[in-house]
Design a protein around this ligand. Structure first.
Ligand code: ATR
Length: 287
């Protein structure tokens, strides 16, 4: 086979960000490629924000099927794609791009990843729950897709963030989308009081991650039946999850969200819906 033909047979996908060296996504996708014996590769590419437009317009010519988009490109990328799917449009941010009939499509799979992680670990977790009430800590990039997914699942949301303007902006966004009365913001200092009556607690801040400040939180007012989750997965058992475990609350770590958000992209680029396994979890953890 000539080099050109080999390149044609090789299916390629990317993850772009700036910086990108920390990304664990290649471990996930290259594991699935080898597991399913697909001739393909998933590559990390550092793309400077000033080069984003050129990269998006040209990846087709370089034989990429599409890829993932991470910080700081998740919002800006929407200016350069052809078709923006509804979730990405609502959230004004995309993390997954793929080609379809020569056009570049964009969607956001972070909310899906969050919910799929819980669904896999605690099937039917909220179906018998008479109260669907979630307290969300943090109004950064990870917060919006999680709130979006939870609103669609019927949860009412209380959002708290150190900087009140950012939580207000999210409330405003979802109010415009028709979710008024289902989401409200409270002050960061009231977070512990607000745990009363919640059925779900989610940390979407980076607090508690190795190298970051501690998440200062007290779960005393949280019902013992409430599910506690964190998006931080280094360490795997964060302070909030340890507190939950100690008082007997069900809890789920954040690694699964990273793994599950990768599934829809892989399926688009490589044509097969992969499984999130314990083996994959360990690969990423030990990397
Ligand atoms: P990203 O967009 O990547 O999620 P981010 O915008 O910096 O990153 O968001 C990080 C989240 O952690 C925010 O909710 C942030 O609160 P602010 O909006 O007030 O910055 C929160 N956060 C970071 N450091 C914090 C701290 N020391 N105390 C409370 N919240 C903190």
């Amino acid at each position: 086979m000539s080099e050109h033909m080999q390149d044609q047979a090789m299916k390629k996908a990317f993850v772009i960000g700036f910086p990108i060296s920390h990304s664990k996504s290649p471990i996930i996708h290259n594991h699935w490629l080898s597991q399913h014996q697909i001739t393909g590769i998933y590559e990390k590419i550092a793309v400077d924000p000033k080069d984003l437009k050129d990269f998006i317009r040209q990846f087709k010519q370089q034989n990429y099927q599409g890829g993932n988009v991470t910080i700081p490109h998740k919002e800006a990328v929407l200016d350069y794609v052809d078709v923006i799917h509804p979730t990405a449009k609502r959230l004004q941010a995309a993390n997954t791009l793929w080609l379809q009939n020569g056009q570049i499509h964009a969607d956001n799979t972070d909310g899906y990843g969050f919910l799929a992680n819980i669904d896999q670990n605690k099937p039917y977790w909220h179906q018998n729950d008479p109260v669907k009430q979630a307290l969300i800590l943090g109004a950064g990039g990870a917060s919006r897709p999680i709130i979006d997914g939870l609103l669609e699942r019927g949860f009412d949301i209380i959002l708290t963030n150190r900087t009140r303007e950012r939580s207000n902006a999210i409330v405003e966004l979802f109010t415009k989308l028709g979710y008024q009365d289902r989401i409200k913001a409270i002050d960061w200092q009231d977070r512990n009081k607000a745990m009363t009556g919640q059925s779900l607690l989610v940390n979407t801040t980076a607090l508690g991650m190795s190298g970051q400040p501690k998440l200062d939180i007290d779960l005393s007012n949280l019902p013992k039946t409430a599910l506690v989750t964190d998006i931080v997965y280094t360490p795997l058992k964060t302070e909030i999850l340890l507190q939950a475990q100690e008082r007997g609350n069900p809890n789920i770590d954040g690694l699964g969200m990273l793994l599950h958000q990768a599934v829809p992209g892989f399926e688009k680029w490589f044509g097969l819906c992969p499984k999130v396994s314990e083996h994959l979890r360990n690969l990423v953890l030990n990397a």
